[in-house]
Design a protein around this ligand. Structure first.
Ligand SMILES: [Zn+2]
Length: 186
C-alpha cells in the first residue's frame, strides 16, 4: 500500500487544513502490522503532527515509540481488534456532522462512497473512555462510519486514504442535508 508514518503525518495536516478538526481535537491512526498501530499524539493539533511525535503503540495499548498517544487510543484499538479489514481510523468533530450528532436529526444514508450504507449511531459515553471504545466496537459491525452522539464522527477505512475520504464525505453530506433542510423550510 505504500502507507507509512509519513502518510499519517500528511493525512493529519490535510484533515486539519480541510477544517474537519480544530484546536487539538481529532485523531487519526493506521495499522502498521498485526500487533502495532501508529496514532496521532495527545494534545497536539493535527497541523503540528510530525514523524517524531506520532505514537507507535502495541495492540495492548503499550507505547513503543514516539509521543504520547491520543486520548482516544482505546477507541481505535478496540475497533482494530474486532475488524481485521480496517487498517485506518479517523475521528473528527467536523462541524456539520457533529451538529447532527448533537441534534435529534439522523444523518440519512448517502449515495457516493462504499461504506456509506451503514451509518450507525453510538450513544454518548465520556470521550476517551473504555466504555465509548467498547460501544463503538460493538456497533461498527460491517459499516465504516459511526456518529458518536453529542461528540463527533468516526470513520474507518481499508486504508488511510479511505478513512480520510469518508471523514470528508460525511461532513459534506451533513452540510448538504443541513442546507436542504433549511431550503425546504423557506
Ligand atoms: Zn472526540
Amino acid at each position: 500500500m505504500g502507507e507509512n508514518i509519513k502518510s499519517l503525518v500528511k493525512a493529519a495536516h490535510y484533515v486539519y487544513s480541510s477544517g474537519l478538526v480544530s484546536g487539538s481535537a481529532g485523531n487519526i491512526s493506521m495499522r502498521l502490522s498485526k500487533d502495532k498501530i501508529a496514532i496521532t499524539p495527545k494534545g497536539v493539533p493535527l497541523s503540528l503532527v510530525t514523524e517524531e511525535n506520532v505514537a507507535i503503540v502495541g495492540m495492548d495499548g503499550r507505547r513503543l515509540l514516539g509521543g504520547e498517544p491520543s486520548s482516544e487510543l482505546y477507541l481505535h484499538l478496540e475497533i482494530y481488534k474486532i475488524r481485521e479489514d480496517i487498517k485506518s481510523i479517523a475521528h473528527t468533530h467536523s462541524p456539520y456532522a457533529t451538529a447532527f450528532a448533537f441534534s435529534d436529526k439522523r444523518l440519512k444514508r448517502v449515495e457516493g462512497l462504499n461504506g456509506m450504507n451503514d451509518i450507525d449511531e453510538v450513544a454518548y459515553y465520556k470521550p476517551g473512555s473504555l466504555e465509548l471504545a467498547r460501544e463503538c466496537a460493538k456497533k461498527i459491525k460491517k459499516g465504516k462510519i459511526l456518529i458518536l452522539k453529542n461528540h463527533g464522527v468516526l470513520c474507518c477505512g481499508s486504508n488511510l486514504r479511505e478513512a480520510v475520504q469518508l471523514a470528508e464525505f460525511i461532513e459534506e453530506s451533513a452540510k448538504i442535508q443541513f442546507l436542504a433542510h433549511i431550503l425546504n423550510k423557506s
